[in-house]
Design a protein around this ligand. Structure first.
Ligand code: KG4
Ligand code: ZN
Length: 336
């Protein structure tokens, strides 16, 4: 018997719905992004995000069902992101999922956004099975997670301050590149020298796999201020490449250490920053030297989408994990 899950995602600035068959086959993946609306403010404005989710959610769900070519009654369950994220934004998806679950008498499956990001790899790599180590790096999170089973996750390291994507966005802003900054820095860095400026790589303490990106961010800002004060010309491409190298070095080094500690042979990348071309290449190089293979989803499944939520929801549903109709949005939902 095939299992059809409708996934709903509205934790930040993407309103998304998707139907996934048997956890791995995407029948539809509709994403309504609000990036253009938030661009003028240089970041996501929570109130605007909530209002746009309300305007768009019904249409996005209808489109996902239509493209999937199945009816609401063919669904086995409705999976929804209930945290972490912006509370007003999350509430829109959670309310819609609860309404559908009630009206259709179908189970409601509560999905953790980061576990969703990790699950994008199950869609992109049909043969991928736990255990593996996953680096989840997005605008809101930077975690190294050991996935021991489809529903069992252990955090091995996390950022103590800024998320990697957040650092990309801030540096892109000070360089006057625009929002979201990650893809713009990625592109500009290709024209620069990653060794031109030595920005710091922070190691918290000997045994910690945690990250810190606020130091490198401050170092870049100080470098730009000093150059400006001295009236020196700034090579933006060199700054972008050197900053990116500092961030990807830290991400790769800690992920490799975690993977060697766990004796794992596979590393998966997830989250918006997993689209970064330097990170993908560097991770494949450093892990390759130890016989560890590296997998990642295509860019459309790295940034926020609902297919990853439906895939994660499938495995939760199969394990009997469902929620009652009192499910609430949980902005700071912990991962374990
Ligand atoms: O996963 P995502 O869509 O949202 C969150 O859950 O936060 O990630 C968005 C983040 C943004 O910070 C964006 O700048 C970053 O991912 N990003 C990238 C790249 N593409 C997106 N960062 C570095 N390089 C990229 N190519
Ligand atoms: Zn995300």
């Amino acid at each position: 018997m095939d299992t059809y899950i409708l996934g709903i995602e509205s934790s930040c600035d993407e309103t998304a719905a998707s139907v996934v068959k048997n956890g791995r086959e995407v029948l539809s993946n509709v994403i309504n992004t609000q990036i253009d609306l938030h661009k003028i403010y240089g970041g996501v404005v929570p109130e605007i995000a909530s209002r746009k989710h309300i305007e768009n959610i019904d249409t996005v769900i209808d489109e996902a069902m239509e493209q999937a070519g199945i009816g609401f009654n063919d669904l086995d369950a409705i999976a929804v992101t209930y945290g972490p994220g912006l509370v007003g934004a999350l509430l829109v998806g959670v309310s819609s999922a609860k309404a559908l679950s009630y009206a259709l008498s179908k189970p409601l499956v509560p999905v953790h956004h980061i576990k969703g990001h990790i699950s994008a790899n199950f869609i992109a790599h049909p043969d991928l099975e736990p255990p593996f180590v996953c680096l989840v790096a997005s605008g809101g999170h930077s975690h190294i997670v050991h996935v021991s089973d489809y529903t069992k996750y252990q955090v091995l390291g996390r950022t103590r301050d800024d998320a990697a994507g957040e650092a990309f966005d801030k540096i892109a802003r000070v360089l006057g590149l625009g929002y979201p900054g990650g893809p713009l820095i990625d592109k500009l860095a290709k024209e620069g020298n990653p060794e031109a400026i030595k920005f710091p790589r922070v190691k918290m303490d000997k045994d910690s796999l945690d990250f810190s990106f606020s130091g490198v961010k401050t170092a870049v800002i100080n470098y730009l201020h000093k150059a400006e004060q001295k009236g020196e010309e700034i090579n933006k491409a060199d700054v972008a490449a050197s900053f990116q190298a500092a961030v990807t070095d830290a991400l790769c080094e800690h992920t490799l250490e975690a993977t060697l500690n766990m004796g794992s042979k596979v590393v998966a990348l997830a989250g918006g920053v997993a689209s970064n071309t330097d990170l993908r290449q560097k991770m494949a190089d450093v892990c390759g030297k130890h016989g560890i293979s590296v997998v990642y989803p295509p860019p459309v499944l790295c940034t926020d989408n609902a297919a990853m939520i439906a895939s994660c929801g499938y495995y939760l549903f199969k394990s009997g994990i469902t929620a009652d109709l009192d499910l609430n949005a949980t902005p700071s939902l912990p991962l374990e």
